[in-house]
Design a protein around this ligand. Sequence first.
Ligand SMILES: [Fe+2]
Ligand SMILES: [Fe+2]
Length: 251
Amino acid sequence: MHQAQEQHGGCVFSEAAAAQMERITMDLGRMYHERNEALREVSRAHHEVLLRLSLAADVKDDDSGVHIIRIGYLAEALALALGEPAAFARMLRRAAPMHDIGKIGLPDEVLKKPGAYTPAERAVMNGHPAMGAEILGRSRVPLFQMAAEVALGHHERWDGSGYPGGLAGEEIPLCARIVAVADFVDALTMDRCYRRAFADEQALGMLAQQRGRAFDPRVVDAFLAQAPALLALRDRINAQPPSFEQLSELD
Ligand SMILES: [Fe+2]
Ligand SMILES: [Fe+2]
């Protein structure tokens, strides 16, 4: 190179250097693209594993396994109805299905018990939010951090009488307040091992009764205002449940 520069002046050196620079830039561009693709794939696979674990936890409760998928889409729609940014709503669609992942650690005798819990059984049951947050909260990925907040906060109550933290009002993260409402209505309107589904109108009436008690009044109002669209969304999901891959899509 030094020779070429001496023989032909600076011109040859510049062209060779420019060509090499271009190759390096292209290589870097390709590597950057490949790295991003690999990161996306790792994060998608990570999400899918945790969704499958959530499904394993939930299938004890819901034979169809579609409850967790519905919760994701309902929570996204509710977040949008509340005027939250689309990116927050989308992340909630992906995070919400993992809210009960901590149930994976609960014995069936407790989970499927039809009658009232003894204090000891209640304590076991009430451990599932913290267990879920423990499973999810080890990640630094924002999606899983949100999922951990949802898992930990979805049984807190607006009036402060929930668990595990006894948080009240806006102390409870918004993502958890939204999922709590979506979960309540969806769980009421599906068959459980210990009771039949409630009719939609009955479930909406029960939701209204919990306005300002179990649930954030704004979230309840948003649900009730959008109820026909939200219930239609639920019916569409039941008719043709999206796959985990679709649930994970970013757009
Ligand atoms: Fe739960
Ligand atoms: Fe649930």
